[in-house]
Design a protein around this ligand. Structure first.
Ligand SMILES: [Fe+2]
Ligand SMILES: [Fe+2]
Length: 273
């Protein structure tokens, strides 16, 4: 059973554009050649539910929307059949995608940092698609910019890329895996995730509990956060990762949507006007 929230965002388009925002589908295929840890994790997942819900959401998008934006955790781990599935799914020209942390997960308890990510990409036989770490597509007069900051940090390279895209002059819809900091969202997320932070750009002076955590923002993350909240050409931010739905305004006034997990049948239809 699918459940689709609906929102409208006015950004001054000549012709409306309807997108289906999908995130966190966590597809858990596995085969006997996968590692024991992956097989164990796969067996704990409800494969039928995640596969059927993603298929139903894609069907809905096919019938009702101009394009799909998938903001990561498409697969649950990098098993052999998940990597194959992701490569095939991402051939669909109607789908824009940016990776989430599960696009690199090996279920091995390793510290998930940049080195881990690069090792996982190598083990997957290269990126799942072009622009997995950042990409941009101009569709219907909107520049959709995807940034993978799923380890809760953004790099200068990604910030520079975003700035170059903004310079092109189109309204920008930014889609990323992890949401950006805003007080109310932080409060809800911190409670939901049992006192762990999964949000990017928290100020350690306001939230000393994140000092020393992997989510304590680096200089590039702070610069990225400040730029996004201050840039008026960024009209909406689409994210997932938290596994619950939320919408609020970032400090600069931009709307940020967090969309609930697709493996349970959730998605968000956003009409850009
Ligand atoms: Fe997720
Ligand atoms: Fe995630």
């Amino acid at each position: 059973m699918i459940h689709i929230e609906k929102n409208t965002v006015e950004i001054g388009l000549a012709k409306p554009l309807k997108i289906l925002h999908i995130t966190d589908s966590h597809i858990p295929f596995y085969c006997e050649a996968d590692t024991e840890a992956i097989i164990k994790q796969a067996k704990n997942r409800n494969r039928e539910e995640s596969v059927s819900n993603l298929a139903q959401l894609m069907q809905y998008a096919e019938e009702n929307c101009d394009l799909v934006v998938h903001s990561g955790d498409l697969i649950d781990f990098i098993s052999i059949p998940c990597v194959e599935f992701a490569r095939e799914y991402l051939q669909n020209e109607k789908v824009l995608f940016v990776a989430g942390n599960h696009e690199y997960w090996r279920c091995d308890g390793g510290i998930e940092d940049m080195a881990y990510r690069m090792e996982s990409i190598a083990q997957s036989g290269g990126p799942l698609c072009e622009g997995q770490l950042y990409n941009a597509h101009i569709i219907g007069g909107v520049n959709f910019v995807g940034i993978d900051e799923s380890y809760h940090q953004a790099e200068y390279e990604q910030l520079d890329f975003l700035k170059e895209e903004v310079k092109k002059g189109y309204p920008v819809v930014l889609f990323m895996h992890a949401p950006l900091y805003e007080e109310e969202l932080y409060k809800q997320s911190y409670a939901f995730w049992n006192n762990e932070n999964y949000i990017l750009g928290c100020d350690p002076a306001v939230h000393p509990e994140i000092i020393g955590d992997q989510t304590e923002p680096t200089e590039s993350t702070k610069a990225f956060y400040d730029y996004v909240i201050g840039e008026k050409q960024i009209k909406a931010v689409l994210t997932g990762h938290l596994h619950f739905a939320f919408e609020s305004r970032l400090h600069g006034g931009t709307i940020q949507f967090v969309t609930n997990r697709a493996d349970r049948g959730n998605a968000r239809e956003i009409t850009l006007l």
